[in-house]
Design a protein around this ligand. Structure first.
Ligand code: 5AD
Ligand code: SF4
Length: 452
């Protein structure tokens, strides 16, 4: 391919989960490698890449609308190309393939979740042949970590350890668009972590749809605890991981929260529902009692561990009593953060065929009640930090005030603190500084930097 990308610009729009955010760093790395320059908006970009999500309907319809609205967008002045090029990848690309190019005739490239690395070739082919280029593979062996990257932050890195999912929760489209679970060899993970450690990366977040089953396909047994040990040994200061499935969280992994230097005292453990009847219909393969037992074990190791979760309201057949079981579970656990979702029917999943007659207003009312509770519990969880000094990894400045630093505590709480006199934000971004907390709100803590 002899396409010249020099002088061109690109922007990436990313929807959905952290895996897509990680993939978008790889897309940026590949396009920069070709000589294209990143820009912030579609208006300035000659190449627009969408990394899409179809886990719920809202993001799905938005993508089609957004690409449709770009139909008559003029070529940028100074562009080396004759038109603006649009590429759609990620989960919608994987699911819809050629349907996308049929419905959106001005769309140039479609790629899937298994062939991120094909994007440069597909773009070149679309530019040279003036034809739509589509490639979606049923399965892939490639880990996008092997591709060049332009990481969003130099001090933080996402590190995928598995891709795909074998769980087939009855509401979820992910196993159909991300394929079966595949683990990366432990040595590759350890090597990547070591490189990050040497490069001064402060925080590594391990990624996978269900990190706790890591290794089952490669070693015949889960070896997630070994991954934690290897990454801890890299010297990186902070280690986190997402996402965990409660059915696979082992005692061995729970024990690591007490022994590993870098493992942060925070865990995202999606419960989805507090009703055993609904959990069974969701094919989650654990009970409310099992889940609460895990929380108890975690708190025996780290008494003030920060817990977060995902909850779906309005799963087909959910009754008021089922919902109240969820409500009471949220009250009992006392999460610092809860991601609440209204059930969204996804064609092709088993739940899509289940009878679903709960009126929309009833579901909305349950959702609103739950959100109120979540806020109250989040406020309560933050009060424990008042009058303590917490080490904060500074990520940038507050959206509302650029003289206020914003960062994350070990428990993943957002922390604000004024830039200390005589320093600029750039001096502290990417470093860990102690902050004395004097205010605890629902969604953030604030305080003062001490002896930075
Ligand atoms: N409807 C609503 N929420 C969903 N999730 C996954 N599938 C659906 C769906 N069909 C939620 C789950 C999951 C999170 C990433 O998205 O709570 O944990
Ligand atoms: Fe979807 Fe369940 Fe797999 Fe999570 S564990 S990605 S909810 S099927």
């Amino acid at each position: 391919m002899s396409t010249h990308f020099e002088g061109s610009t690109f922007c990436i729009h990313t929807f959905g989960c952290q895996m897509n955010k990680h993939d978008s760093e790889r897309v940026a790395g590949m396009l920069e490698g070709l000589g294209s320059l990143p820009v912030a908006s579609i208006e300035e970009a000659d190449i627009v890449v969408f990394l899409t999500c179809c886990v719920r309907e809202a993001a799905d319809t938005r993508l089609y609308g957004q690409v449709a609205s770009m139909k008559n967008i003029a070529v940028r002045e100074g562009s080396p190309f004759d038109k603006r090029y649009i590429a759609v990848g990620g989960c919608i690309g994987q699911r819809d393939g050629e349907k996308l190019t049929e419905q959106l005739p001005h769309l140039d490239v479609v790629f899937g979740t298994h062939n991120l690395g094909s994007l440069p070739g597909l773009l070149s082919s679309a530019i040279e042949n003036r034809r739509q280029a589509v490639e979606v593979l049923a399965e892939g062996t490639e880990f996008s970590s092997a591709l060049p990257a332009d990481r969003e932050h130099t001090w933080a890195a996402w590190l995928p350890i598995t891709v795909g999912c074998n769980n087939f929760c009855s509401y979820c489209i992910v196993p159909y668009v991300r394929g079966r679970e595949k683990s990366r060899p432990l040595e590759d993970i350890a090597e990547e972590a070591r490189r990050y450690g040497e490069a001064g990366v402060k925080e590594i977040t391990l990624l996978g749809q269900n990190v706790n089953s890591y290794g089952r396909d490669l070693y015949g047994e889960p070896r997630f605890a070994d991954v934690l040990d290897a990454v801890d040994a890299s010297g990186v200061e902070r280690l986190r991981f997402a996402t965990s499935h409660p059915k696979d969280l082992t005692d061995e992994v729970i024990a690591r929260f007490g022994t590993l230097r870098s493992l942060m005292p925070a865990l995202h453990l999606p419960v989805q529902s507090g009703s055993n009847r609904i959990l069974a219909a969701m094919n989650r393969r654990y009970t409310r009692e099992h889940y609460l037992g895990l929380i108890e074990k975690l708190r025996a190791v780290v008494p003030d561990i920060a817990l977060s979760t995902d909850i779906i309201v309005g799963f087909p057949g959910e009754t008021e009593e089922d919902f109240m079981e969820t409500y009471r579970l949220v009250e009992e656990v006392g999460y610092g953060q809860v991601f609440t979702f209204i059930y969204s029917k996804r064609e092709g999943t088993p739940a899509a065929a289940m009878e679903d007659d709960t009126p929309r207003e009833v579901i909305q009312e349950r959702f609103d009640r739950l959100v109120d509770l979540v806020q109250r519990k989040a406020w309560e969880a933050n009060q424990g930090e008042l009058d303590t000094i917490v080490p904060v990894l500074i990520e940038g400045v507050s959206k509302r005030d650029e003289l206020v630093l914003a960062g994350k505590s070990p428990k993943n709480q957002t922390v604000h603190a004024p830039v200390p006199a005589g320093l600029r934000p750039e001096d502290l971004i990417g470093t860990i500084v102690p902050v004395a907390i004097d205010e605890a709100r629902t969604w953030y803590l604030s305080g003062t930097v001490v002896d930075a």
